[in-house]
Design a protein around this ligand. Sequence first.
Ligand SMILES: [Zn+2]
Length: 145
Amino acid sequence: MRGQIARLKARQVDRHKDWVEKTSTALARRYDLIRVEALPIGTMTRSACCTVEEPGRKVRQKAGLNRSILAHGWGLLVVRLEQKVPGRVERINPAWTSQTCNTCNICGIRDGEVRENQAVFRCRACGQQANADVNAARNIALGHQ
Ligand SMILES: [Zn+2]
């Protein structure tokens, strides 16, 4: 049983590394400048992230398994990107990316109540409605913080 679990985990790690390698290579080939969401300090602590030499060490100390996998995978992806295309990766502080309207951000409108719920973003200034993650991702792509 123990052996089975260990093998399963090893396979998951392999798949995970494979995903990081393929994704970072694809992004590096396709884009001149890659802007990524800089995760809050709390999720990027050393325990959850992240050296290429020792991926996954101490990850289990994090509270939620899914969350730590996500945080670890993301951190590792960013690290590999920065190694593959140094100087072409920008980390964007996500503090306002969920509250800022992607359409009328030109006016600098930041409305704390624009998220109707977790999934929907609706701007009270210009009426734009979008998937909340898409709106935030567009802001990150534009380098807005
Ligand atoms: Zn707007």
